[in-house]
Design a protein around this ligand. Structure first.
Ligand code: NAD
Length: 249
């Protein structure tokens, strides 16, 4: 398939893990990809690997919590590729996340966490959507988590916010032919999860209908579908890609 030929897609948090899998898969389907991340070393590695494999990718640095940084990302993308058609808001503090409770977490840490994990998706969307509009519309996919539906402290709180943001933005941007959806992955076998879950991952697997952790590539099908024209009448939806971890009626 070559669904993204001539399309320019930004993936935030693409220097490793799930975002890297999205960037590689989009490039394999013809997209010009922007690997956008706060980690320049790993982001450059991903972009170079895609290029070496015959795909088209470039690394641009971004701190998704900063409006100036997000605007610079949008401007540099347009200067490089001529426009923007799609955005994946995947960046988050996850692998390096502190374990703490909402009632005790250091207040500055909590505010920085919410700035990145919730406001970051809005900050980058605000910077990028005028460019998507200029192309006649496009698609935004936000990275939520099943943590939004489970007890998981400030991480789940931010992801519940991502779900609501998705639904609100779908209405604000629908008239501009920009669709906004989210995927809510269950536990995915990334370096970040190995750090966060450790030995509890085995217990977690027992609670899934499909008895294994997900792989980053298990998320690619749903995310690329939501970015592509095949989902042209779908917006404001949160799609669980979670091995049957959660059920919602
Ligand atoms: N791994 C899982 O089990 C799982 C499950 C559900 C949802 N998710 C979500 O998927 C996404 C990726 O998860 P992952 O496992 O690949 O995590 P990860 O920690 O490996 O990747 C997160 C990426 O975001 C980048 N980042 C962090 N802060 C940033 C900032 N301020 N600006 C720009 N980039 C920043 C990091 O450098 C990193 O490359 C996250 O949104 C996470 O919450 C992960």
């Amino acid at each position: 398939m070559n669904r993204f030929a001539d399309k320019v897609i930004i993936v935030t948090g693409a220097a490793q893990g799930i975002g890297e899998a999205y960037a590689r898969a989009l490039a394999a389907e013809g997209a010009s990809v922007v690997v956008a991340d706060i980690n320049a070393e790993e982001g450059t590695r991903v972009a170079k690997a895609i290029d070496a494999g015959g795909g088209k990718a470039i690394f641009f640095p971004v701190d998704v919590s900063s409006p100036d940084s997000a605007l610079s990302l949008a401007e540099r993308t347009v200067a490089e590729y001529g426009g923007i058609d799609g955005l994946v808001n995947n960046a988050a503090i996850y692998g390096t996340m502190k374990f703490d409770l909402l009632i005790t977490v250091d207040w500055d840490y909590y505010k920085r966490f919410i700035d990145v994990n919730l406001h970051g998706a809005l900050v980058v969307t605000r910077a990028v959507y005028p460019e998507i509009q200029k192309r006649g519309g496009g698609s935004i996919v936000n990275q939520s988590s099943t943590a939004a539906y489970l007890y998981s402290g400030f991480y789940g709180l931010a992801k519940a916010g991502i779900n609501s943001l998705t639904q609100q933005l779908a209405h604000e941007l629908g008239g501009l032919k920009i669709r906004v959806n989210a995927i809510a992955p269950g536990p995915i076998d990334t370096e970040a999860t190995r750090i966060q879950a450790g030995d509890t991952a085995k217990e977690l697997v027992k609670s899934l209908a499909i008895k294994r952790l997900g792989q980053p590539d298990d998320l690619v099908g749903a995310t690329l579908f939501l970015l592509s024209d095949e989902s042209r009448w779908i917006t404001g939806q949160i799609v669980a890609v979670d091995g049957g971890q959660t059920f919602r009626l």
